[in-house]
Design a protein around this ligand. Structure first.
Ligand code: SF4
Length: 300
């Protein structure tokens, strides 16, 4: 059992390190598409720098960006997964080892005390959110590396009932106009729609974790994703605030049925180097690194 536990820690360690070194397939594909289609010369140069950075990170086996963020694990664990009771310890140890051995930048400072713990582990860190899956023996782990700049524009508020879709758009556009440039655009935009500030913020994070190219299953919401993407692109903020044809890599919205008197809207932003990983681990510890299939081709 102890050997298996160590094996699982190593899988989490490697998964975490890899997420810091290689972009997920969908994010890298989108960056390369934007680099290809950009026609404004200085913007094209910025994209060329990004692509070179991605290639160098792979070649040197070093993180894409110096800010490897605070590690956030979003876990869906089957009730029959054999290591369910030790999951917090396993994820924490995997995060610590990935930080020290990759290395990732130690970003975690104690709440208000600001003392850096040195290994990205501390009170409430790494952040772990659990979802229990009945009748399953699998573990799915999604990792998001929450950098400083890319977390900065995040916010949520509750709109008055009659503000509706126009209120959602106004809030999102104003947020990106005011703060988007801090997050190294082009941006991945996650938007959550719910009843209160808390649920809409959580839904916006869920939206950010969804791959580029996927759309809401609700036609009205999918339509709004497209409209907001077009609206944000017209701001011409990216790349890196120098101005260009695009502002965003994508816009994803997760919406939940809400109270008739309120519409909560949350926004979470990811930068051009949005680092998120998605892995499914089976009870025999075989695994499928869902988000990085292409990135890892030929590396084993
Ligand atoms: S916003 Fe992203 S690319 Fe920019 S410094 Fe932060 S983590 Fe790095």
């Amino acid at each position: 059992m102890e050997d298996k536990k160590q094996q699982l820690i190593k899988i989490i360690q490697d998964f975490t390190a890899t997420t810091g070194i290689y972009l997920a397939d969908d994010v890298e594909k989108r960056i390369r598409e934007l680099a290809e289609e950009e026609i404004i010369p200085h913007a094209k140069t910025m994209y060329e720098c990004m692509v070179k950075d991605l290639d160098l990170a792979k070649e040197l086996h070093r993180p894409i960006c110096q800010d490897t963020g605070v590690l956030q694990y979003f876990v869906e664990v089957g009730t029959s997964f054999p290591y369910i009771n030790e999951l917090k310890e396993i994820l924490t140890e995997g995060a610590r080892k990935a930080t020290l051995e990759t290395p990732l930048r130690p970003n975690v400072v104690e709440p208000l005390g600001e003392h850096n713990t040195g290994d990205n582990v501390g009170y409430g860190a790494p952040y772990i959110e659990y979802e229990i899956v009945p009748n399953s023996s699998d573990l799915r782990v999604r990792l998001y590396m929450a950098g400083g700049g890319c977390s900065l524009p995040g916010r949520s508020k509750v709109l008055m009932p009659l503000e509706g879709v126009a209120g959602v758009k106004k809030f999102v556009y104003q947020t990106i106009l005011d703060w988007g440039v801090n997050a190294c655009p082009p941006l991945c935009i996650g938007i959550g729609l719910g009843t209160c500030a808390a649920t809409s913020a959580m839904l916006s994070k869920k939206a950010l974790l969804r791959p580029i190219g996927t759309h809401s299953e609700y036609p009205e919401v999918a339509k709004l994703e497209k409209e907001i993407q077009e609206g944000l692109d017209s701001l011409g903020i990216a790349p890196l605030g120098f101005g260009g044809s695009r502002t965003v890599l994508n816009v994803n919205i997760e919406a939940a049925a809400h109270h008739p008197a309120t519409l909560g809207v949350g926004i979470t932003t990811g930068c051009w180097a949005t680092r998120r990983g998605d892995i499914v681990i089976h009870e025999d510890l075989s695994y499928d690194f869902v988000s990085h299939k292409k990135a890892l081709e030929g590396t084993k």
